[in-house]
Write a protein that binds this ligand. Structure first.
Ligand SMILES: Nc1ncnc2c1ncn2[C@@H]1O[C@H](COP(=O)(O)OP(=O)(O)OP(=O)(O)O)[C@@H](O)[C@H]1O
Length: 304
C-alpha cells in the first residue's frame, strides 16, 4: 500500500519557521484532511512532498521513496496545488496531451481523465475561458493522468459553488475507495468533517492533532445546555444556586453551562419545575477547530 510518510519535517525561510518538526502518515484507502489556519504551513508541506521546496531537515517519502527518486512521478503521485497554473491560451485537451507526452503516458489516458472529470464537452475550449470550477476540474484531470496511488489537493473547494463542492467531495471519496491515499488541505473544519476519514491539524507549522474524524467528533465534550422552563426566572435562580452559569437564550430559553443535561433534569424534578426543553448544545466543529488552533492563528482581529 502506498502512503505518504512525513518525518520530522522542518522548513525555515530565513528566521521564520514555516514547518516545524512535523510527522504524520497519509494512509492508503482514506481521505486525510490537512487542516490549519492561514499560514499554518499546509502548502509548504505539500510542496515538500512534491519536491518543489527542499526541507531544511527531516524527510518525506511516497511509498518509501523521496519524490526525486520516483522514476515517473506522475504515475505515483498526482497533485492539484494551483488551479490557475495552466496557460490560458491552451485547449484543455492539448494541456493534458502535453502532460501525458512529457511523462510518456498513452494518449488514451487523456480521454479517460476528461471523462472522469466531466470535461469532455469542453475539451477543445481554451483554459482561459474556463470558470474556476472548470479550471479545478482540469487541474484534477492532470493530477489523475498517471493513475497515481497518491493524490494531494490544496484547498480544492475554495471558491466553488455547492454543485462543484459536492462533486469534489464525491471524487475524493471515490478515489479513497479505490485504495488511493488522498491528502486534502482546507481551513474549514466543517468541510473536512464531511469528506475526510482522518484529520491532521497543524498550527504555526506544528502538529496539533492527528486523529480519525470519528474520534474527533466523539471527543468533543458536551457544551452548554439549552433549557426552556415554565418559570425561567425562578429556575435560573435554582440553577445559579447549584453552581451553574446561566445566560439568556432566544425567547424564554436560557443557556446553562457548568451542569450536564442530566443534572439539570434532576434539579428540575427535585424542585417540581416544569421544563419544555432540555437540549445539550455540542460546540460546532468550527468552534472545536478554533479551540484547537486558537493560539496558532497568525493574525487575530480584535472583536468589538
Ligand atoms: N517562499 C516563501 N518564502 C518565505 N516565506 C514563505 C514562503 N512560502 C511560505 N512562507 C511562509 O511560511 C508560512 C506557511 O505558509 P503556507 O503557505 O505553507 O501556509 P498555509 O497553511 O498553506 O496557508 P494558507 O491557508 O493561507 O494557504 C507563512 O508564514 C508564509 O508566509
Amino acid at each position: 500500500m502506498t502512503r505518504i510518510e512525513v518525518r520530522g519535517l522542518t522548513k525555515r525561510y530565513g528566521h521564520d519557521t514555516a514547518v516545524d518538526d512535523l510527522s504524520f502518515t497519509v494512509e492508503a484507502g482514506q481521505v486525510t484532511g490537512f487542516l490549519g489556519p492561514n499560514g499554518a504551513g499546509k502548502s509548504t508541506t505539500m510542496k515538500m512532498v512534491l519536491g518543489l521546496a527542499a526541507p531544511t531537515s527531516g524527510s518525506v517519502t511516497i511509498g518509501g521513496r523521496r519524490y526525486r527518486d520516483l522514476p515517473v512521478p506522475l504515475t505515483e503521485v498526482g497533485a492539484l496545488l494551483d488551479a490557475g497554473a495552466v496557460h490560458p491560451g491552451r485547449r484543455a485537451c492539448d494541456h493534458l496531451l502535453a502532460l501525458a507526452a512529457g511523462a510518456g503516458l498513452p494518449r488514451r489516458r487523456v480521454g479517460e481523465v476528461l471523462a472522469r472529470t466531466g470535461l469532455e464537452p469542453v475539451a477543445r475550449r481554451r483554459a482561459g475561458e474556463f470558470s474556476l470550477g472548470m479550471r479545478q476540474r482540469l487541474g484534477i484531470a492532470g493530477a489523475l493522468l498517471g493513475d497515481p496511488r497518491v493524490l494531494m489537493f490544496d484547498e480544492p473547494v475554495n471558491g466553488l459553488d455547492p454543485e462543484g463542492i459536492r462533486w469534489i467531495r464525491g471524487l475524493m471519496r471515490s478515489l479513497a475507495a479505490e485504495g488511493r491515499a488522498v491528502l486534502v488541505s482546507s481551513h474549514l473544519m466543517n468541510e473536512m468533517a464531511q469528506t475526510a476519514d482522518h484529520l491532521v491539524v497543524i498550527g504555526r507549522g506544528r502538529l496539533i492533532a492527528d486523529t480519525s474524524v470519528t474520534e474527533f467528533l466523539n471527543g468533543r465534550g458536551e457544551g452548554a445546555v439549552l433549557v426552556r422552563a415554565e418559570d425561567p426566572a425562578a429556575f435560573a435562580l435554582r440553577l445559579t444556586a447549584a453552581g451553574a452559569v446561566v445566560r439568556e437564550g432566544t425567547g424564554s430559553a436560557v443557556v446553562v453551562s457548568g451542569l450536564t443535561a442530566e443534572e439539570i433534569g434532576r434539579l428540575a424534578a427535585c424542585h417540581g419545575a416544569v421544563l419544555s426543553e432540555l437540549t445539550p448544545q455540542r460546540p460546532s466543529l468550527e468552534d472545536a477547530f478554533m479551540e484547537l488552533t486558537g493560539d496558532s492563528v497568525e493574525f487575530q482581529g480584535v472583536s468589538a
